[in-house]
Write a new protein. Structure first.
Length: 147
């Protein structure tokens, strides 16, 4: 083979590798898209005891003065972008429209989450998405305006 043929051959191989690399890179980006990493929902556990023995954690609190006694649930967004109820983080708001949940250290900084007030099929109110507190002893307060 002469050097001109070898050069053409190497250029073709290089071009094919470049096209293959671009195709793989584009496929990876398309697959990643705006999807969220796969994860499990938080598992609410018992709050710390009054003497502060027990696990360290943080808290999330909903303040919804226009919804006293209403049902509320915290939801997490799954890898497909769908909202899923957190089994242990649901219950009625108190008479001032508040609810508080304890957050385990293993769940610090995860998200997105949101509060839903009322029936999840037809909510009365929904908060903006948020992430759980990133450090212990912190309380993230989410406020919904009064109706």
């Amino acid at each position: 083979m002469n050097s001109k043929s070898q050069l053409k051959q190497w250029l073709m191989i290089g071009l094919m590798l470049l096209v293959l690399g671009l195709a793989l890179g584009t496929a990876s980006l398309a697959q990643a898209g705006n999807s969220l990493p796969e994860r499990t929902p938080p598992t609410p556990t018992k709050e710390r005891n009054e003497d502060h023995s027990g696990p360290a954690g943080a808290a999330i609190e909903l303040v919804a003065p226009g919804h006293p006694g209403a049902w509320s649930v915290v939801q997490w967004q799954d890898i497909n972008g769908d909202w899923q109820d957190v089994d242990g983080w649901q219950g009625s708001l108190d008479q001032s429209g508040q609810r508080r949940w304890w957050v385990a250290a293993k769940d610090f900084g995860t998200g997105p989450f949101r509060w839903v007030v009322g029936d999840t099929a037809a909510p009365t109110a929904t908060s903006e998405p948020f992430h759980l507190p990133a450090v212990g002893a912190a309380t993230l307060v989410v406020t919904l305006p009064a109706q």
